[in-house]
Design a protein around this ligand. Sequence first.
Ligand SMILES: Cc1cc2nc3c(=O)[nH]c(=O)nc-3n(C[C@H](O)[C@H](O)[C@H](O)COP(=O)(O)OP(=O)(O)OC[C@H]3O[C@@H](n4cnc5c(N)ncnc54)[C@H](O)[C@@H]3O)c2cc1C
Length: 395
Amino acid sequence: MVGASLAGLSAARSLRRQGFDGRLVVIGDELHRPYDRPPLSKEFLAGTLGEADLALETDDEDLRAQWLLGARATGLDRAERAVRLADGREVRADGIVIATGAVARTLPGSGSLAGVHTLRTLDDARALREELASGGRLVVIGGGFIGAEVASTAHALGLDVTIVEAAPTPLAGPIGAAMGGIVSTLHGDHGVRLLCGVGVKGLRGDERSGTRVSPDGARGRVDAVLLEDGRSISADIVVVGVGARPCVEWLEGSGVELDNGVKCGADGRTSLAGVVAVGDCANWYDPRAGAHRRVEHWTGARERPDAAVATLLAGGAVEPGVPRPPYFWSDQYGVKIQFAGYAAAADSVAIEAGTADDRDVLAVYRRAGVPVAVLGMNQPRLFTRWRKQLAAAGS
Ligand SMILES: Cc1cc2nc3c(=O)[nH]c(=O)nc-3n(C[C@H](O)[C@H](O)[C@H](O)COP(=O)(O)OP(=O)(O)OC[C@H]3O[C@@H](n4cnc5c(N)ncnc54)[C@H](O)[C@@H]3O)c2cc1C
């Protein structure tokens, strides 16, 4: 198992559940045992959950695995079917599960400025939580899930928050611009400034000796976000939430086909026999979409390893089933947003229950009249019913 987080742990559990009794080695480059990431932008950042609450393993769980933590995989030797580690060790295996997830994208040149954060790991969340405690002006670049959740949490902590989003609305990609408009009003209602349709040119750093603008070698502490339209937004803290890229560089030249992550069949098989990939790094073929889709959501990383492990144990001789439509949730300003399916596949969207004004919407996305996705805001029961219908219909 390469990657000791949700998808790697889920695959290890699936292996034992499906009867694998052999040696199991879990390799992870973080020093931590598997922990849950969704609370990092929500309760953990808010200070209402502690680190112990993030553990993904249960106290009495024993997977009889050897854990190599703080160990980075740097290569995969196809002939030996071995994983090479940065410290020179090599782990040979009969089967390999790739579960190396994704890493936060950054803005070019922003890394050397103090006060600029990304949020992917527990260490990132610790650092951001500490800075938010001093209050001040926070600018969030990117109105996707992580940016929007950080904005919501920071606002509740009393910070002055601005979001800058290049798309016309927050979450325009995953839920479409029409419903994204409702999310826009959610931010506005709470006094969070939302600047949409404008890109970021760079960050300004405040050095005692003067002011420099990234990406030209900025140093010092961030003091403003510079927009492409010429405006500059003062900032004490900046969170860059501009998406994530799959951690697959270590597989280059290994024979594992890469294309927006690890290119996989509908059951996680890769281009190499005995090697499967799961979670955020895996670009699975989705028979519903008739295309490959890399899904960066918790539920896929939790559920899909079952099928990938079955494929691995059967030597590839199982027929892949149709996975459930991708699903995610997001918590913002006390509103639970849930979504299943693909918004981009739809040619229409209609609110079927609730009202946008009350933020308790159930909206159904259709293509040629057939439901292909569903969105819920504070509508958990109705949403669950629709989600089941989508899965049953094979949409
Ligand atoms: C702040 C935050 C909030 C989120 N909130 C939600 C939410 O509300 N709802 C939702 O559906 N999803 C949410 N997600 C997404 C969800 O957490 C991910 O989909 C899930 O963590 C993916 O699990 P994974 O195991 O595939 O990848 P990861 O969790 O990224 O784990 C991959 C692991 O592999 C390690 N690794 C990488 N490269 C190597 C290497 N070369 N060698 C060894 N180890 C390596 C990484 O360090 C990491 O520990 C959130 C994510 C974040 C970051």
